[in-house]
Design a protein around this ligand. Structure first.
Ligand code: MFK
Length: 160
């Protein structure tokens, strides 16, 4: 595919691409992207791990509409962020999204199942570079490039 990455989401020369580890158990069951207890969440489950690519699927329902009958771009971006985030966590460290670039290539109707794939293009210090894409009925519908930043455990301490 044509890479969607800008200069900020393209790994520098010398960045390494580590093999992915097993997905961690859901860290937080209230997570909008993957939490089992998030009542309005999209509950993505990541599968198809081959050491390089994570896969998941997301079905668009009425609550995800922007224009009548079509998925809101923000929900598609959230699904991509989650897919990319799962790859970042499979790098074995704690990361958060610093920058998320998205291309919306075709409208995605309610009822569609978006097949999502995500992978790492390089790690350089605290920075992890990730890309992903979503297909509907075999057609590329959305894609993303992102920069994730490694954070310490304290980043996730509960806030008042
Ligand atoms: C199965 C498990 C699945 C888990 C899935 C999770 C999926 C969801 C993932 C998310 O959505 S996470 C939530 C959304 N993201 C956030 O809330 C992050 C909010 N931002 C921050 O907390 C801080 O800005 C951040 C930790 C990202 C960076 O702050 P720091 O003070 O730690 O680092 P700093 O600002 O010094 O930046 C470190 C480097 O990254 C670079 N950087 C940071 N943000 C950037 C950015 N946005 N664009 C480009 N570069 C960026 C920055 O320039 C610098 O580069 P250099 O080292 O070369 O100087």
């Amino acid at each position: 595919m044509t890479t969607p990455a800008s200069a900020k989401t393209t790994p520098p020369t010398g960045a390494v691409v580590p093999a992915l580890k097993e997905p961690p158990p859901t860290e937080y069951d209230g997570c909008f992207g993957c939490g089992d207890q998030a009542s309005d969440g999209i509950r993505l489950k990541h599968t198809g791990l081959d050491g390089k690519v994570a896969e998941t699927a997301f079905t668009v329902v009425e609550a995800h509409q922007g224009a009548p009958g079509l998925a809101h771009g923000g929900i598609l971006a959230a699904a991509l962020d989650e897919a990319l985030g799962s790859v970042a966590w499979m790098l074995g460290k704690r990361y958060v999204t610093g920058r998320l670039e998205t291309d919306f290539l075709t409208p995605v109707p309610v009822g569609s199942t978006v097949q999502l794939r995500a992978w790492c293009t390089g790690v350089d210090g605290r920075k992890a570079y990730l890309e992903g894409e979503g297909h509907v009925d075999g057609k590329l519908a959305v894609r993303a490039a992102a920069l994730f930043i490694e954070v310490p455990e304290e980043h996730f301490e509960e806030r008042p």
